[in-house]
Design a protein around this ligand. Sequence first.
Ligand SMILES: [Zn+2]
Ligand SMILES: [Zn+2]
Length: 369
Amino acid sequence: MAKRDYYEVLGVKKDAGNDNIKEAYRKLALQFHPDRNPGDKKTEEKFREATESYEVLSDSQKRATYDQFGFPGIENSGFNPTDDLGRVQQEFGDIFGRGSIDDLFNFFRGTSGTGSRQREQVFRGEDIEASVRIPLKEAAEGVKKEVSLTRLTTCQSCNGTGASAGTGKRPCPQCDGDGQIRHNQGFFSISQTCPRCGGNGEVIEKPCRNCNGKGRVREKERLQVTIPAGIENGSKLRIHGKGNVGIQGGPAGNLYLNVFVEEDPLFRREGNNLFYEQFITFSEAALGTEKEAPTLKGDVRMKIPAGTQTNTVLRLRGRGMPNISGYGRGDQLVRITIETPVNLTAEERRLLEDFEKRTTRRAYPKSKP
Ligand SMILES: [Zn+2]
Ligand SMILES: [Zn+2]
């Protein structure tokens, strides 16, 4: 294939400034980057062509040589793309990301691969889950709970390295310490992360016995967790960094704590309000009374007016659950139920019959005779 003029490749004029050249290359490189066009020979060739053009035109000396002598001048000047790529990487490393600029290296290096590349791969630890049950009262006040869980922590025997004491790592035999396995496809070679070393290029010489070379061990742990006041049943609390520790110094994952609020025998929760059912007698309802109503914070004296009907709801303001945001509280709603007297003695029965006989219709405006 005949070589195309460098200016033509980048689509810039002969007198283009450095910024124009750089921008033109950046666009082409992103468009034709092998990572974006896997296995496409045509774009590989375009990418190679653009990179070479940029190499020459972005260097004032090479550009002058090229302008004067054309391709032969460049070839004779000992142009070596491999050595010059450091500069491209510095300039464009951020747009390619590390993995792909490495491909760029492979591309120029072919399969002969000189020297091993140090690829420090770190992995974030996995998130884990745990659960805790708390009574309603604790949900109302907020509580510190000790949670038992099992998670992967750093192996103390090897400090997380996975290597047994006094031993180290050796280059991975499968990828010769490169971290990548290459498959040749004509001029270009495709890289894959080495499955043996996971891309690190190193394997452990003698695995730590305590952790089998994993660097992490399963451990039971007891953790103090603060559960905020007002928490809803089924909430998931995220506890930062309390998941499994990372691999090779990577950050730890998070712990997700499921909080279950137990049903309360007295109070039924609806949002931040609490419902409580208060039974009163038939004569208390007619005459009016005072009752001690239980609340989450002790008993409260409650006035029940004369003539209160069943299902009347009395409101004890601010006696409900606190808002989880920390502002305000719900109410306690007391629903009145009039307990109809049962198991009457003969005398009670007689008194009630007497009462019924003497009562006028005024006392029962809704009941038909
Ligand atoms: Zn270990
Ligand atoms: Zn390997």
